[in-house]
Design a protein around this ligand. Structure first.
Ligand SMILES: [Zn+2]
Ligand SMILES: [Zn+2]
Ligand SMILES: [Zn+2]
Length: 150
């Protein structure tokens, strides 16, 4: 995991370079918005946060950033794509996915859970012959806003 924002930006620039792309000011702005968000953002939310961004350019730049391995696209049942920095850049975490409003929140991965997960994964790998590289964990249900009685 990159230890600072500057270091992360350097890594993003390198990854873009490796696919023949540059870290343009617009891409930098998108990365900064994603970095600040603390959750995966829809294109609409990115547009809301960015002053100089147009929808078509946000979409194109996200595709490039995803191809470069800097941005991860989160797809949930509502079919709306959300974007965040890849875990190796921003740190491992899990998602809370709301089935009613579609919101996706980041939750930090606790040590206890990660240890149990590592045990479970080792067992699954032994019994299936699969070699697990990493896991993703979504908790799917209702967010606090959606459980509140109206
Ligand atoms: Zn909700
Ligand atoms: Zn996330
Ligand atoms: Zn985890």
């Amino acid at each position: 995991m990159a230890s600072s924002s500057a270091e992360m930006h350097e890594t993003v620039a390198e990854r873009l370079g490796s696919v023949g792309q540059r870290f343009t000011p617009k891409r930098r702005e998108i990365v900064e918005i994603l970095e600040r968000a603390g959750r995966p953002l829809t294109i609409a939310a990115i547009l809301e946060a960015g002053h100089s961004l147009a929808q078509s350019s946000v979409y194109r730049n996200l595709v490039v950033l995803e191809e470069a391995g800097a941005v991860h696209r989160v797809v949930t049942r509502d079919g709306v794509s959300r974007y965040e920095m890849t875990e190796d850049l921003m740190g491992h975490h899990h998602h809370l996915v709301c089935t009613r409003c579609g919101s996706v929140e980041d939750v930090p991965a606790g040590e206890g859970l990660e240890n149990s997960m590592a045990d479970a994964v080792a067992q699954i790998d032994r019994s299936t012959g699969f070699t697990t590289d990493h896991h993703r964990l979504d908790l799917v249900g209702l967010c606090r806003r959606c459980t509140r009685p109206c």
